[in-house]
Design a protein around this ligand. Structure first.
Ligand code: CMC
Length: 436
């Protein structure tokens, strides 16, 4: 970051002397006011719950222009990455800063492929869960448990440990998600097949059985690869910030990523794809397209607690570029599977059209986000609804680990320790139990 020529001056109306605060430029996007010395100079904190105006770190990985609806990974537009590169190239880009050449891609893919198996003990660990456990509950446990199996990659301060942990996490997440699925349906786990692509291997581990040959459908493989690419990173979102905060204490990478998985689970974040599909299912059951008006009325009623899931975003105040790409993939997958008349897809299109014209959504700049269509694609592929967020976690793992490693390598990195505005009781004395 570059120190700007101008400074910010903070003045107070009560006579407290004003303070000058340095301003920094990034490469693109808003400047930041450096308030690190504010408390020492004034005895005051800043107050910004939800981080509406706070940059918690500097980062060179992902840039979002929410007004334009632009998403760049290391400078490359998501549209180009989604159509000209695959997920392995995207992982290389996010982790190392550059797209690989052909040789580099081969080597990186090979390294990831060689780590796809998990320690055989993991399946006994998995057995401790109820068969009907939510896949995200299982994933939070399994990812955290990796630190109990791979002791040679748990030192966050050792660059080699960090690198091998990154590769292991990217390689093993599909295996763990597929194991969680197979466990809930009572089918044997399928070992990874090294001749397949990253997405193809995931389809194989999910849908093959030992009884019959399984051929990966290239359209579904490409669709899944695109889902992975679109979800790979998204700047300082809630789960990434969780990973950074968790990792800032020096904990091991697997534990930090498990914290990210836990955060992603929530319906305001990664859980939205599951919630969006459930919402479409509920409208469909209630009468389908004809019931959209009634549903939109409920959404606009603040007391109803109903939200249009898959709509709205903290940063995008324009169409989420990932949603456009996901809509394309959705059409391709439904076409391939002969599901062009899929009622939920039609319902989603109708709902989107009405919402995009409605004053409530227009005035609040609420547009479809990536989750609006990703659920329909995943459902068409055969992925059960409760597993959607686990697929998001699988894809976001590379972003989490790239951001975690960037933070550890940053000379300005400190343990994250937010402060507070205390509104509780003043000091008081305990009344003995008998007198309370
Ligand atoms: N349906 C109805 N109203 C909404 C919605 C929605 N989906 N999203 C925002 N609003 C309204 C909100 O009620 C508020 O209205 P008002 O100004 O009258 O009080 C206004 O729009 C601003 O919303 P906000 O809650 O202040 O915005 P936020 O930045 O805090 O929340 C959000 C962003 C994503 C949590 C929210 O839009 C939401 O809950 N959306 C539905 C869940 C969803 O699709 N999440 C996936 C996000 S993308 C994937 C990911 O990155 O995880």
């Amino acid at each position: 970051m570059k120190l700007a020529d101008n400074k910010a001056t903070l003045s107070f109306s009560n006579g407290t002397p004003s303070v000058e605060l340095p301003v920094y430029h990034g490469n693109i996007g808003p400047d930041v006011i450096d308030i690190r010395k504010l408390y020492a100079q004034t005895g005051m904190f800043t107050y910004d719950p939800g981080f509406l105006s706070t940059a918690a770190c500097q980062s060179a990985i992902t840039y979002i222009d929410g007004d334009k609806g632009e998403l760049l990974y290391r400078g490359y537009p998501i549209e180009q990455l989604a159509t000209q590169c695959d997920f392995m190239e995207t992982c290389h880009l996010l982790l190392y800063g550059e797209l690989p050449n052909a040789e580099g891609k081969k080597n990186f893919t090979r390294t990831v492929t060689m780590h796809t198996m998990v320690n055989e003990q993991m399946q006994f660990f998995l057995r401790g869960f109820r068969r009907d456990a939510h896949p995200m509950a299982i994933m939070t446990g399994l990812v955290g448990a990796l630190s109990a199996f791979y002791h040679d990659s748990t030192d966050i301060n050792n660059p080699q440990h960090r690198e091998i942990a990154a590769i292991r996490l990217i390689a093993k997440m599909p295996t763990l998600v597929a194991m969680a699925y197979k466990y809930t349906v009572g089918q044997p786990y399928m070992y990874p097949k090294n001749e397949l692509s990253y997405a193809g291997n995931f389809l194989h581990m999910m849908f093959a059985t030992p009884c019959e040959p399984y051929a990966v459908n290239p359209v579904l493989e490409r669709a899944l690869d695109r889902i992975f690419t679109l979800h790979a990173d998204h700047e300082q979102n809630a789960s990434t910030s969780t990973v950074r905060l968790c990792g800032s204490s020096g904990t091991n990478p697997f534990a930090a990523i498990a914290a990210g998985v836990a955060c992603l689970w929530g319906p305001a974040h990664g859980g939205a794809n599951e919630a969006a599909l459930n919402m479409l299912g509920d409208i469909q059951k209630a009468g389908g397209v004809e019931k959209i008006g009634e549903f939109i009325k409920q959404v606009k009623d603040k007391n109803s607690g109903v939200k249009l899931m898959g709509f709205g975003h903290r940063v995008y105040k324009n169409y989420d570029p990932r949603a456009k790409l996901m809509q394309e993939t959705c059409k391709e997958v439904l076409g391939e599977l002969g599901l062009e008349n899929d009622p939920l897809f039609k319902l989603a299109m109708a709902l989107e059209k009405i919402a995009l014209e409605d004053e409530y959504f227009v005035s609040r700049k609420l547009y479809p986000n990536v989750d609006f269509y990703s659920g329909i694609v995943q459902r068409a592929i055969g992925i059960p609804v409760p597993l959607f967020t686990a697929i998001f976690a699988l894809a976001r793992t590379v972003g989490w680990i790239a951001q975690l490693n960037e933070m550890i390598g940053d000379p300005e990195y400190k343990i994250g320790r937010p402060r507070q505005l205390f509104t509780g009781s003043n000091r008081r004395d305990v009344t003995p139990l008998a007198q309370r």
